[in-house]
Design a protein around this ligand. Sequence first.
Ligand SMILES: Nc1ncnc2c1ncn2[C@@H]1O[C@H](COP(=O)(O)OP(=O)(O)OP(=O)(O)O)[C@@H](O)[C@H]1O
Length: 314
Amino acid sequence: MTTTTTPSTTSAHGPLTTREPAIRIVGLRKSFAHVEAVSGIDLLIEPGETVALLGANGAGKSTTIGMLLGTITPDSGSVLVEGRPPRPAVAAGRIAAMMQDTGLMPGVSVRELVCLTASFYSDPADVDEVIGAAGLREAARRRVDRLSGGQAQRLRFALVAVANPAIMVLDEPTRAMDVQARADFWSSIRSFAATGRTVLFATHYLDEVDGNADRVVVMARGRVIVDGTPAELRSRSGVSTVCFRTNDDDDRDALARLDAVADVARIGGRVVLRTSDPDRTVRSLVASGVTWHDLEVAPPSLDDTFLELTQERS
Ligand SMILES: Nc1ncnc2c1ncn2[C@@H]1O[C@H](COP(=O)(O)OP(=O)(O)OP(=O)(O)O)[C@@H](O)[C@H]1O
């Protein structure tokens, strides 16, 4: 994807924001046979927010998204999209979703399929702008069944963007994309969000949260266990790392005895200490007589925090 076009600041179907919350979920529950997939969720998302929905496999993300779009009926609780039930909001084009592995009509070109989808809406976004924003300009004449996995995902994004919705829901949108395609894709999403639209995306890639989401909602076993900014999420973890190079023979026991150290690893010629208190660990490292250089102290990573939080609940 080389060019990113800025989407229009008005949705075809009305103003981008309303005085109602974009999404209001209260006491939502859903069971399948003996599995309680969603166990009482409350969530308020204001217009213009970009929210990441995280959770291990089976945490209940897709079921929640299904209820948000009206494709799954809740057992109890309520979902309102801009103050109304999901189905009318979807029918009015106020909310549109890119779901995992949605089938794409074979035998037509990318542009034809985007045009066809645009024709379903009374006042869609500009087809060529959307194709450009999705990074599909060069593939516009290619047949849909001949696209790479990453291009097919970008086409799914284009089919949502052409609806020109005020709220976009993306379920693991960057699956099958390579690193460059993911970076370009997020640049398109940020342009979309910058026009005041609301974005809710589910992902397993925690590196996508930083820089793309204002807020992170973590689910485990059908419940919301954390709701805050990426920085707040990180501050929930007590685990930082202290890394350095050493000329000494590796004395793991001595390193493991340093204050507050949880574990010791050697990665790429560097010692990596995971610690609950990096200041105390560094002070005891200095006092220990171990020779060290190129010292680095890193705050908790989102991956560590996520694993700690979700493992606590399993
Ligand atoms: N149609 C269904 N029938 C039976 N069980 C289901 C159905 N849909 C979901 N489940 C179960 O509900 C739980 C939550 O599933 P869900 O797909 O919502 O999780 P998820 O967080 O989206 O997972 P993933 O990250 O793997 O997509 C899982 O235990 C799943 O097996």
